[in-house]
Design a binder for this molecule. Structure first.
Ligand code: WTA
Length: 665
């Protein structure tokens, strides 16, 4: 049942190290243990209390309406403006001079943006969008690097009741095109280029490509001049500085209903077509702000917060833009890669700004481990007080390394489980309350009802594993899949329909103390460096190549990236003949071409780590590819049960005739 990600059981059961918060940390923490009992006694009252952290134009009376399950409405009779909550109210409260963003560019340039300045920038951007005739409810695509304009753009959309669809800067023109079409976006905001590992690379070219498609709904392309590299210019193109800079800094915000769509964010599912996860305003913002406050123990007066995620992923939405800004945080935003110009860049930034809360991903922690503990040791990390992790299960060794080499055994480590769909954190320790175990996300947050159940939907006990489900609605839950409500029901609500549980798609188990451990996806979704990629999507990309007849893709355990993409391909007649005639070299060349092809179709993050050319694929009698066996091959394990194979000789052919190369990058 559980995918290849299952940690070693012995190792898991042996994990009895626990780390309780210091007395001092606990005494000053934003939440204490009674948060759990309070929330449990009356979950709706708990969420209403959290929602009152926001500033409402019309206060809500109704908390939750789940009468049309699985569609929830939260605080539905209230109205507010999300951008006002993230910016204007702080200025009104007298914090205009407080730094909102310490932005650090990859080449070493930087910008310091106060809340008053942020308000001006958001208002100017909002006025610019109004001048392009955008109306509340319209969709705006955003394809930007990690520059302040990304934050301004998202907040300008929120201010106007426009739904943004941020598309990660690493995605290809093709990925961009399908996402623009699916959301029917009228405007795209992009940049000429972005800095990547010390050089400026184009971003706009992909937009040009995507927008050139006949029938593209895009009417305008708003272009930030970030790198100054050459771009081609068309009639839809408008420079950001020409349109936005001259706008008025005055903009009167409108209040929107709590359920006004806030954003669509595309994520991989088990089919080739990405899912447009729809989030709405007040419930999302409530949980974003609450969890940021609770799980990071955030103190706006003294903390300097840094989340290293990209704004193109949900972590960037919730824990760079909405949660921290709603909580009046001072935060660092860094544009570039962690080893540019040197492998101590993150520690240098922490040292420079006195970062107190640092939130990153296990894949990066493992990379830092590989680079060596002597690198962070050269910097002053004494300001840090809370460390967070997100994106995939964190191995106990990585957790311990993080705690000792970055946190100097002083900072609580919070492992936070959540998803694009959940909108905000769901399972995580409270740093002032929970005695944490290395590698465990511990348990659901106050207000969240999560359980582990077996195949029949019955809760399992301590020491047992099963499927992770959420048994009650939560404010930041997705509202539907954009344009495909049936898929919303099928994907999340059909597996345990009888119980009415949300099916997260993850395996999990309780240890003997009842701590919760995540075990990875149970479906055909891979997790590569914390990024969700569907096996089907990569298979479709491979089969779209003229040389490929059939492809099967699996995620294989990978020391650095969590999972690596391993593809098995059957070649088409002529390509197969050519490879057979010209030998290994032709095979290697084709493999290199296929890897490049997938990167061009989906984006470099989907480039297979390894491609193996095989004569056959293992299939069941009903024709289903047995990925389990392919995973065994990819992870160099003894083959599991092959009795259901249609042709039992196939696996012999595959393992003996492997002609697959590992990629060089
Ligand atoms: C995985 C990222 C274990 C999980 C916020 C989930 C995790 C998927 C953790 C969602 C964690 C995320 N421990 N696994 N702390 N955090 N995951 O939508 O498989 O990009 O279903 O959201 O990542 O990925 P997504």
């Amino acid at each position: 049942m559980i995918g290849s990600h299952e940690p070693d059981l012995d190792n898991l059961l042996a994990e009895d190290r626990t780390f309780a918060p210091s007395n001092e940390f606990a005494a000053n923490a934003n939440f204490s243990a009674d948060a759990y009992s309070q929330a449990q006694a009356d979950p709706q009252a708990w969420w209403a209390e959290q929602a009152r952290r926001l500033s409402w134009s019309t206060p809500f009376d109704e908390v939750l309406d789940f009468s049309e399950a699985p569609h929830a409405k939260w605080f539905a009779d209230g109205t507010l403006n999300v951008a006002v909550n993230c910016v204007d109210r702080h200025v009104e409260d007298g914090f205009g001079e407080k730094v909102a963003i310490h932005w650090e560019g990859e080449p070493g340039d930087s910008r310091r943006i106060t809340y008053a300045e942020l308000q001006d920038e958001v208002c100017k951007a909002a006025n610019a969008l109004v001048s392009l005739d955008l109306q509340a409810g319209d969709r705006v695509a955003i394809y930007l690097p990690m520059i302040p304009e990304a934050v301004f753009s998202m907040l300008a959309c929120a201010r106007l009741g426009l739904a943004h669809s941020v598309i990660f800067g690493g995605f290809s023109a093709e990925a961009l095109r399908t996402r623009i079409a699916d959301a029917d976006a009228r405007l795209i905001i992009t940049a000429d280029g972005q800095y990547r590992r010390g050089s400026a690379v184009t971003l706009k070219a992909a937009v040009d490509d995507a927008v050139a498609t006949p029938g593209s709904p895009i009417q305008h392309v708003l272009v930030v001049n970030r790198t100054g590299i050459d771009v081609s210019w068309g009639e839809k193109d408008i420079w950001w500085h020409e349109l936005v800079d001259g706008q008025s800094t005055e903009h009167v915000p409108e209040a929107f209903p709590a359920e006004q769509p806030l954003f669509i964010l595309y994520t991989s599912g088990t089919t080739g077509k990405p899912k447009g996860i729809l989030h709405t305003s007040a419930g999302y913002l409530t949980q974003a702000a609450y969890t940021h406050h609770a799980v990071f123990d955030h103190k706006p007066e003294t903390d300097v917060y840094w989340c290293t995620a990209d704004i193109g992923w949900v972590t960037g939405h919730t824990y760079i833009v909405y949660g921290p800004l709603a909580n009046r945080a001072t935060q660092v935003i860094y544009e570039g890669t962690p080893n540019t110009p040197h492998e101590g860049r993150h520690w240098e930034i922490i040292d420079k700004y006195g970062v107190t809360i640092y939130y990153t991903a296990p894949t990066l922690i493992r990379t830092f481990m590989k680079w060596g503990a002597d690198i962070p040791a050269k910097f002053d990390l004494g300001s840090l007080r809370v460390l967070g992790s997100v994106g995939e299960p964190i191995n106990p060794e990585a957790w311990m390394w993080y705690r000792s080499n970055i946190g100097h055994d002083r900072c609580p480590v919070v492992d936070t489980w959540w998803q694009t769909e959940t909108g905000a954190m769901m399972i995580a320790p409270l740093p002032g309350v929970t005695a944490t175990k290395p590698g465990s996300a511990m348990g659901p947050l106050p207000g969240i009802a999560a359980q582990i159940v077996n195949d029949e939907g019955t809760p399992v006990g301590k020491g047992q594993g099963g499927y992770l489900v959420i048994t009650e609605p939560w404010p930041a839950m997705l509202r539907t899949i954009w344009g495909d409500d049936e898929r919303y029901r099928d994907t999340y609500w059909s597996r345990f329909a009888a119980q009415g549980y949300y099916f997260a798609g993850d395996g999990a188990k309780y240890d003997s103390d009842g701590a919760l451990w995540l075990l990875g996806r149970v479906d055909d979704v891979m997790n590569v460096s914390g990024h969700r990629i569907s096996t089907t999507e990569v298979e479709s990309a491979l089969v779209a190549h003229a040389s490929v007849a059939e492809a099967a893709v699996v995620g294989a355990a990978d020391e650095m990236t969590g999972q690596g993409i391993v593809a098995f391909v059957i070649l088409r007649g002529t390509a197969a003949e050519r490879v057979a005639a010209d030998g290994a070299e032709a095979g290697e060349a084709l493999i290199a071409e296929l890897r490049k092809h997938v990167a061009a179709q989906i984006g470099p993050i989907a480039r297979p780590r390894q491609i193996m050319i095989v004569p056959e694929l293992p299939k069941t009698r009903s024709g289903k590819i047995m990925r389990r066996l392919l995973r065994d091959v990819a992870e160099k394990r003894e083959l599991g049960d092959v009795t259901t194979l249609q042709d039992s000789a196939v696996m012999g052919l595959i393992t003996s005739g492997l002609s697959g190369g590992k990629g060089e990058d």
